[in-house]
Each structure stands twice: as structure tokens, then as C-alpha cells.
Design a binder for this molecule. Structure first.
Ligand code: AMP
Ligand code: MG
Length: 589
């Protein structure tokens, strides 16, 4: 059992110190018993009580018990006083026994000392005294505490008996920094990379990594054009009519007009073969090529129509209700630029200007790998210390939404060889690898360690909340984004860094998120020196933010419909101030 004594002369403050120590140490969660050596005539019993009468009658031991406490009195009579060791053996097991008195026993002790009591210190002649608790400053070869500094004295005693392994600050020389309690604070001495700098570097360094292929037009939506699309033909190819009506030559002044009708008509795809004489009109239908001799059309709804002629009110300007050849796109014009992510409308345009096949980039294959001993597959049985892999389903679906081929690379333990093998295999199958977890500089941060080994690492600590560690490397020629493990940080880093990077590698060029300014529905004091993204959504035209900024709060990501971006500078945001809001759609989701 752990034993420590409080010793000292009379009036040195022993009992007060004992009392404070018992209170302090039990308050820290330890169990404490005490032993006190007393004057030989002490008695806890009282004359006339039942227990007293039992004793007086000659009982060897008297045990007194109630629902609250139990007392056991042993009458020594002629037997000698038991040794301290024997007494200790009678106590039930506790973390610490504090002993008051027993000056001459060899157990370790602290000496209580009060100047005004007028005694000399015992400590100098007694090696069992490990420290002194005094009400004055003393020069001694042992630690001296202020008699009232109970916390420090308790620390000392607990440390001496092995109940406190935390070393005394003075023993290590290690001085802690002021407490910030902000895991996103930027500690001095680390080279923090501002978000814009990291983005500029990625933009500058990354190259297109995918090959090209020809695809039928109908299969090309979502793909990236690999070359400028130069119109093979004008749209429209010929001048034509925009309405159903009657075509003739020249404009018509204000007032009533009559035109004789000629036989025949022009319809879309069925042109009129002859020439319409000057002063005559011909029936024309929407989309029909204008016959020779026709440059102006009047709507049929504006005409009175007889068997051989039409009448209507001017004025009608020359060229009215017609479309000029190439007015939409002229032959030879670049209709769509290389790098364009093809939309359904683009396919209409490509078709209109003569394309049946398109030269596009092959889809970027983006592998997603989770790392961590603690991870289990969603829905599988999980032990108490395990967590479900939340990042992989999130990142795989985000990649698919960005328009890339998402490749599930599974999970890997925090094991360097396993991770190495997984990266080797992945580099054969994909163009980019996104990992999550193990990206900072800890013992189990094997992603950053391996990328560092591979030599091509930019181990960025980004001045970003949430985010921070982002390990970038190249593994067997394949770029790797080592994202943070926290789902919120992994998601934000994916939107901010991985998405534009993938876009560049896929041939679509760097993309900026699309957002707009909204009045804040919140108050916040933001620290300078780092960018912050808050989970947010728009309600009643204002930006609301999630109630917690905790990076593990997956529910907040799901609650949110976008992110509020707060710039690198410090800022005091009050309700109604404008903040930049990016809906998730502005990140291509
Ligand atoms: P790490 O970056 O590996 O230190 O992980 C940071 C935190 O994110 C830890 O609490 C991890 O348990 C958690 N974490 C890592 N990977 C995942 C994941 N795939 N899904 C959910 N939480 C994760
Ligand atoms: Mg981990």
C-alpha cells in the first residue's frame, strides 16, 4: 500500500495539512485512509456508554457498528503497542494512507513547519523527510513548499508514491505555451501555406493527365472537349423563315398592301425551286429556306388571305421574320472551346454545326482510399473503439458528381507496408488518388510519411479551418491528395483543392467555385491568419451557419447546403453583414 507521512513538532500545522491533503487527494478521485499517532491516554469512547461498559468489563475487542460507520476498539492492556506495519495491515486497501506522527518510522514524510512554533527543523537530520511544507522561505537540500500550497504538496506526494506519473514542470525544463484550446490555431514556427498560395501552386503545376478518344455525339455529355470545335457549317446554313406566313422581296411602307400569290410553297426541308417574281408573295413555313426573290416575311396571322392574293398592313421592314445564314454560328467560327465540359445544349450546338463525333478527353479516374485502424465498413458490426468509414462514400459520390470516374480503392489500416502496396496497385488503375486520414505528422500518419519517402511531397499545412494537414505527393507518377481524416475537413479540402485540381488534370482547366454575397444570419469573431469555411445554408435570403464548428460533426455537413467563406483576415461579423456563400452546386455538386 502507498504510504506517506506528515510529521513535525507540535503546532507545526500537521493536522491542518493532513486535513487539506485528504480533501485535495480524495477530490482527485483517489481513496485515502489516515493513521494518526496519539497521546497514550487517548480514548474515543465515553464513560457510561454501552461500548465503554463492555470494555470495562474486560472485552478484548469491542466493535461498534451502525448503518453509517463501524468502530473497532482493541484494549491493549498488557500487550505492547502494535508496530505501524501491523496497523497498516489492518486497513482495507486504498490508494494512499497518510500517516500523521510516527516521526521515528522510516516511511517517507513531509515535515510541516511553522516558524512561530519555535522549533528547529527535523528535516536536516532525517533522510525519511522528503520535503518540507513551511510558512517561511527555507534554504534546504529538499523541496520546500508553501504550507498552504496544498495542490503542489499533493502533486509531490502522489508523484513520490507513483500515483502521478506526470513529471513536475521543473523536472523536465519543458515550458508549455499559453493555452489556446484551438486545434486550428496556427502555432508559430510552422510554415503555414495560405489557401490562395496553395491553389496558385496547384494551378501552375498540374497538367492534363488523360488521353483522348472519339465519341459519338450522343455519348459525349459530361465529357471534356479535347479540341476547339470549329463550325463545319453555318447555323442556320441558309437564310430561312422564322414563322409561318408569306414571303416576298423588300420592305413595305405604312398603309395597306396587297400581294398576288404565286403557286407553290416553301417548307422546312422542301425548298421552292423557282424564283419568286418581284411584287409577288409565296407561302412559307417555319424553317423553310427563303426562295430566290424572297428576303422578307409577313406572319400569316397579319394577313387577309384570298384565293390569289394576300392583304396586310405595313410597315414591314425588309428582312422581317427571317433568319440570316450563319446568324447563330458562322462556318469556321470556334463554337465551343477545348476544355469545355459538354452540356446537353452543347450537343445540340455541336450537331447544328456539323458534328456527329467529338474528340474528347478520356474520363479522369479518381481513386478514393480511406486509412485508419479504427475504420469499419458502413453497416458492418463495429466495436466500441471503431467508427464507420464516412469519408469514402462521401468522396466517391462527390467525384462522380464532378463528372469523373470514381474508383473505390477501399480501406487500409495504419500500416505502412499495407498502404504502400495499396498505393502501388492504385497507381496502375487510376489517374489521381485521394486518401483520407493519416495526413499530418503523427505516429500513425503513414500517408504523409510514405509520400515524404517518395520524395515528391509538398506537405502543406494549410492556413485553413477546417483542414490544416494536406499532404500532396506523386506516387509512381500519380498525383496523391492526402486529405485530412475528419470528414468535414476532408470534404472542404476536396471542394477547395481536389476539385479544381482534378478539373485541370481532366483537361477542363482550373475552375473557381461560384458563389454570391448574402447577409449573415449569425455573429462571429474570426481570427486573422487563416481562411475559414463554415457549413451554411440560405434561408430567407440570409446565410445561416451550423451551430458547431467541430470538424467531426458530419451531421453539420449534411445540414448545410453550402459553405460560407471567411477570408484570411480577422473579422468581426455581425448579423446583416455580407458574407460570401457558395451553394454546394457552386462546387459542381
Ligand atoms: P487522422 O487524420 O487519421 O488523424 O484522422 C482524424 C480524425 O478523423 C480521427 O478522429 C479519425 O477517426 C477520423 N477519420 C479518419 N478517417 C475517417 C473516415 N474515413 N471516416 C470517418 N472518420 C474518419
Ligand atoms: Mg488516422
Amino acid at each position: 500500500m502507498n504510504v506517506f507521512g506528515v510529521t513535525g513538532w507540535k503546532n507545526a500545522g500537521k493536522t491542518g495539512l493532513m486535513e487539506r491533503l485528504v480533501a485535495e487527494i480524495t477530490a482527485r478521485g483517489f481513496t485515502v485512509s489516515t493513521v494518526k499517532h496519539a497521546h497514550h491516554a487517548f480514548d474515543v469512547d465515553q464513560k457510561g456508554r454501552d461500548s465503554y461498559r463492555h470494555r470495562a468489563a474486560g472485552a478484548h475487542e469491542v466493535m461498534l457498528a451502525s448503518g453509517k460507520r463501524v468502530a473497532q476498539m482493541t484494549e491493549l492492556r498488557e500487550t505492547p503497542e502494535p508496530k505501524l506495519a501491523e496497523l497498516l495491515a489492518r486497513l482495507s486497501q486504498v490508494d494512499l494512507v497518510l500517516i500523521e506522527g510516527y516521526k521515528r518510522e522510516a516511511h517517507p514524510k513531509i515535515e510541516a513547519f511553522r516558524q512561530e512554533a519555535g522549533h528547529a527543523l527535523i528535516a536536516p537530520g532525517d533522510a525519511s523527510i522528503r520535503a518540507v511544507a513551511a510558512d517561511v522561505a527555507l534554504e534546504l537540500d529538499r523541496p520546500v513548499f508553501d504550507l498552504d500550497d496544498t495542490g503542489a504538496i499533493a502533486d509531490f506526494i502522489l508523484r513520490e508514491v507513483g500515483l502521478l506519473v506526470r513529471p513536475a514542470p521543473e523536472a523536465t525544463g519543458l515550458r508549455p505555451p499559453p493555452l489556446k484550446n484551438d486545434c486550428f490555431a496556427l502555432p508559430p514556427g510552422v510554415n503555414w501555406t495560405p489557401v490562395d498560395e496553395a491553389l496558385a501552386e496547384l494551378k501552375e503545376r498540374l497538367r492534363v493527365v488523360v488521353g483522348q478518344e472519339e465519341l459519338p455525339l450522343a455519348d459525349a455529355a459530361g465529357r471534356v472537349l479535347a479540341e476547339d470545335l470549329v463550325a463545319k457549317r453555318s447555323n442556320p446554313p441558309l437564310p430561312n423563315t422564322a414563322v409561318d406566313g408569306y414571303g416576298f422581296s423588300g420592305g413595305v411602307p405604312e398603309g395597306e398592301a396587297q400581294f398576288p400569290l404565286i403557286d407553290g410553297r416553301a417548307a422546312a426541308g422542301i425548298p421552292y425551286q423557282g424564283r419568286v417574281p418581284e411584287g409577288a408573295a409565296i407561302r412559307v413555313l417555319t424553317g423553310a429556306a427563303l426562295p430566290d426573290g424572297v428576303d422578307t416575311v409577313v406572319l400569316e396571322e397579319d394577313c387577309a388571305i384570298g384565293p390569289d392574293q394576300i392583304a396586310f398592313h405595313g410597315p414591314i421592314k425588309q428582312g422581317a421574320n427571317t433568319r440570316k445564314a450563319g446568324e447563330d454560328v458562322a462556318e469556321g467560327e470556334v463554337a465551343l472551346p477545348k476544355g469545355r465540359v459538354l452540356t446537353p445544349a452543347d450537343l445540340a450546338l455541336a450537331s447544328a454545326i456539323g458534328f456527329g463525333q467529338l474528340n474528347v478527353f478520356q474520363p479522369l479516374r479518381v481513386g478514393v482510399l480511406s486509412t485508419g485502424d479504427e475504420l469499419v465498413e458502413p453497416g458492418e458490426p463495429a466495436g466500441p473503439g471503431q467508427i464507420f468509414d464516412a469519408n469514402r462514400p462521401m468522396l466517391l459520390s462527390a467525384i462522380a458528381r464532378f463528372g469523373y470516374e470514381a474508383v473505390d480503392l477501399g480501406r487500409v489500416k495504419d500500416d505502412r507496408d499495407g498502404l504502400r502496396a495499396q498505393l502501388d496497385a492504385a497507381a496502375e488503375r487510376v489517374d489521381v488518388i485521394l486518401t483520407s486520414g493519416g495526413a499530418s505528422a503523427g505516429d500513425e500518419d503513414h500517408v504523409s510519411a510514405l509520400l515524404r519517402e517518395s520524395g515528391a511531397l509538398a506537405e502543406w499545412r494549410i492556413a485553413l479551418k477546417p483542414g490544416r494537414p494536406l499532404a500532396l505527393g506523386v506516387w509512381n507518377g500519380v498525383p496523391v491528395f492526402g486529405l485530412p481524416g475528419n470528414p468535414v475537413a476532408a470534404f472542404v479540402c476536396t471542394l477547395i483543392f481536389a476539385r479544381p485540381s482534378c478539373s485541370k488534370m481532366a483537361g477542363a482547366g482550373w475552375v473557381e467555385p461560384q458563389g454570391f454575397d448574402l447577409p449573415a444570419a449569425f455573429n462571429k469573431r474570426k481570427k486573422p491568419g487563416r481562411r475559414e469555411f463554415l457549413r451554411a445554408r440560405m434561408r430567407n435570403g440570409r446565410a445561416e451557419v451550423f451551430k458547431s464548428e467541430g470538424s467531426g460533426r458530419v451531421s453539420g455537413l449534411s445540414w448545410a447546403e453550402g459553405l460560407v467563406e471567411l477570408g484570411d483576415e480577422g473579422r468581426e461579423i455581425e448579423e446583416g453583414d455580407l458574407v460570401r456563400f457558395y451553394p454546394y452546386g457552386g462546387f459542381g455538386l
